[in-house]
Write a protein that binds this ligand. Sequence first.
Ligand SMILES: Nc1ncnc2c1ncn2[C@@H]1O[C@H](COP(=O)(O)OP(=O)(O)OP(=O)(O)O)[C@@H](O)[C@H]1O
Length: 360
Amino acid sequence: MNWDDAAQAAPDRLLGAAADSDDQAVEAALRPKDLGEFVGQERVREQLDLVLKAARKRGGTADHVLLSGAPGLGKTTLSMIIAAEMGAPIRITSGPAIQHAGDLAAILSSLAEGEVLFLDEIHRMSRPAEEMLYMAMEDFRVDVIVGKGPGATAIPLELPPFTLVGATTRAGLLPPPLRDRFGFTGHMEFYAPAELERVIHRSAGLLDVAVDTAGAAEIAGRSRGTPRIANRLLRRVRDYAQVRADGVVTRQTAAKALEVYEVDARGLDRLDRAVLRALLTLFGGGPVGLSTLAVAVGEERETVEEVAEPFLVREGLLARTPRGRVATAAAWTHLGLVPPQHSGGAGPGTGPGQTGLFGP
Ligand SMILES: Nc1ncnc2c1ncn2[C@@H]1O[C@H](COP(=O)(O)OP(=O)(O)OP(=O)(O)O)[C@@H](O)[C@H]1O
């Protein structure tokens, strides 16, 4: 199971960064339409702005663009903005949808001049399609193979100039020949809380939800640096505010709503806390092997490694070491537990803080 499969194995996670069907229904309405509306990512935005303005000035198509970064940070949104800023149509597809070179040839040969081709999860494309893409990107040409075996012939097909926007959550998995063919690579970072607050206020305006400053800050702090999650939490908090309060999202409503959904103040959900709790209470904070930890929480090894751990590591709550998983001091504090006196001790913490906010 790779990252993508692991993410899909836990699709009902409120804090999963991959889009669910509910997201897809509203995301189109929430997407910023131009670079000015796009919140944060200052560096990528400025660089991209230059790339696009220069292309427009030359009257040509923009260079191919590679966007890398975790799910939900705005790669699809940016690709649509690129098309809009270039006044070009956009075609959207993804690596897993292109399993044969013929699938790609069909798409490429039907592109209009200047069209933007957005290829999501480009690292998951099949090898033959990838090789066809090299030539298409560089020479705007593909060889279509007709026939099979020794009688097969390659028929060259000219393509109109187009802009490929590739998106990947794993830039490191792209073969260098593919990476090198992009004229511009933008790495999307996680968003700062203040940026997520701006995303939330903007989305609240579009969804006609009343949110005060503290309410937006409360949601932003639990959104794991990801606009998609911020928008999703906003919708759940809106539901709560409409059903159990006066419809206005305040700090208190947001906190209460997210308590119902088991999203804690730092953005950890039930799975994250189960992993941390097992590590702290059953293994004295580690080190413990991944498989043992996974059994302890009743999850697949891959789910713990690919779904829960990245955020715990990013938050400085868990470290992956050659000897196994180790909890940091911040993990003990976050769960309100006290570390054992001797390192390597296996007993649970016994301090007064043991029944913390997220206690059993
Ligand atoms: N910078 C931003 N400003 C405002 N909203 C944003 C921003 N980035 C993302 N969003 C919102 O977050 C949601 C998810 O964004 P998007 O689909 O572009 O992410 P993605 O990186 O393409 O995700 P995936 O890797 O899963 O395809 C959209 O609804 C979009 O409106």
